[in-house]
Design a protein around this ligand. Structure first.
Ligand code: MRU
Length: 358
């Protein structure tokens, strides 16, 4: 299965080449595949803020490579490069608040730097760390794809109609995707009938990114309005909702794209299983409850304008772009360390003590 998935990999969004970071501009998809090149921390921070790169693991990976760019520039400039590099860490940490993978990746880069001694090749060591973060995310996705597909086979072996939200695919990660990794594996198993992709207002990650990724792979996909999800669960034989995550609290509460919470409520009502797929870098054991997670709010114009033209007048708009799904609405959290069934604080703590499965 791992080899089959590797052979089928088509979509890639992050490339580290010739000492620069190259990002597929997600704002231009699906109509143009435009690669942008980055040589400075400030530009990568802006790319994260302005949604060129998005999705929790992808943001973390981009930030890790940005630290390498920062170190190179600071070493070249001379002087107190450590203090200057701290400003780079701070700038990257301020780019988006919710996805913990950003902070996790910055911590890993910081820890590696702190372990190095004068005389070590700092740049080569940090570059190796960033590449390691990227590669291990891709590996984790392959493991999770297999674990998630196994769960689906075990619970209902027949053809599956799956529903997903936002983009949790290759674009949002180091490769293959988290939720879409599982969906790809189910497809390769011959068990997939159709994927329903919530369009995911207001940035339309579902129709612009998820549907594009799946169509590129020849996987049957139908886009639906977010508000159609409950109706589809009732009428289209949806068996599982499968989503990614931006931050998972120590008690198993899951922050993900706005609209995920209402999907979980609806899934429970309709007897549809609810699976969250995320690497352990998305689990924040320092965050006791999901309610403590900072949920990004974006500009009102994202709701009050469509394609640059106003669609409402004289009103305020509230635009939280993430929500928290309580753990008791979740059937499974799938990670590269294993699967947590009906998550709670004790099971999450046990999971985090385990090693990666591959
Ligand atoms: O605002 P975005 O596009 O960065 O939000 C992305 C999501 O919410 C994804 O579902 C989540 O990061 C999971 S990515 C594997």
């Amino acid at each position: 299965m791992r080899e089959q998935l590797l052979a089928a990999e088509r979509v890639k969004a992050i490339d580290w080449r010739d000492g620069a970071l190259h990002l597929l501009d997600q704002r231009a998809l699906p109509f143009a595949q435009t690669w942008l090149s980055y040589h400075s921390v400030a530009d990568v921070a802006e790319a994260i803020r302005s949604m060129v790169v998005r999705g929790a693991p992808a943001i973390g990976i981009a930030a890790a490579y940005a630290v390498v760019l920062g170190l190179r520039a600071r070493l070249q400039a001379g002087g107190d490069w450590r203090a200057a590099l701290q400003a780079d860490f701070d700038l990257l940490a301020a780019s988006r608040p919710t996805a913990v993978n950003l902070f996790w990746a910055l911590n890993r880069m910081r820890e590696r730097l702190d372990r190095l001694k004068d005389g070590d090749d700092l740049l080569a060591q940090l570059e190796a760390e960033a590449i390691g973060i990227h590669q291990s995310d891709r590996e984790a996705n392959l493991t999770m794809a297999q674990l998630g597909a196994e769960l689906i086979r075990k619970h209902q072996g027949n053809a599956q109609n799956l529903l997903t939200h936002c983009n949790a695919g290759a674009l949002a990660t180091g490769g293959f995707g988290t939720a879409l990794g599982v969906i790809r594996a189910v497809f390769h198993d011959g068990l997939l009938e159709r994927v329903y992709a919530d369009e995911t207002r207001p940035w339309l990650q579902g129709s612009r990114l998820t549907a594009w990724e799946l169509a590129e792979d020849g996987i049957p996909v139908t886009v639906n309005a977010d508000s159609a999800a409950a109706h589809l669960m009732k009428t289209r034989g949806i068996t599982w909702v499968i989503v990614g995550a931006d931050r998972i609290a120590a008690n198993g509460d899951v922050a993900n794209k706005i609209g995920t919470y209402q999907l979980a409520v609806n899934a429970m009502h309709h007897g549809v299983r609810f699976m969250v797929v995320a690497p352990s870098s998305t689990i924040d054991m320092a965050m006791e409850h999901g309610d403590d997670i900072i949920l990004e709010e974006r500009a009102a114009s994202e709701l009050l304008e469509l394609g640059g033209a106003p669609i409402a007048r004289g009103v305020e708009a509230l635009n939280p772009v993430f929500d928290v799904t309580p753990a008791d609405l979740i059937d499974f959290i799938v990670t590269e360390k294993g699967v947590v069934d009906r998550p709670d604080a004790e099971k999450m703590a046990q999971l985090m003590c385990r090693k990666r499965l591959h």
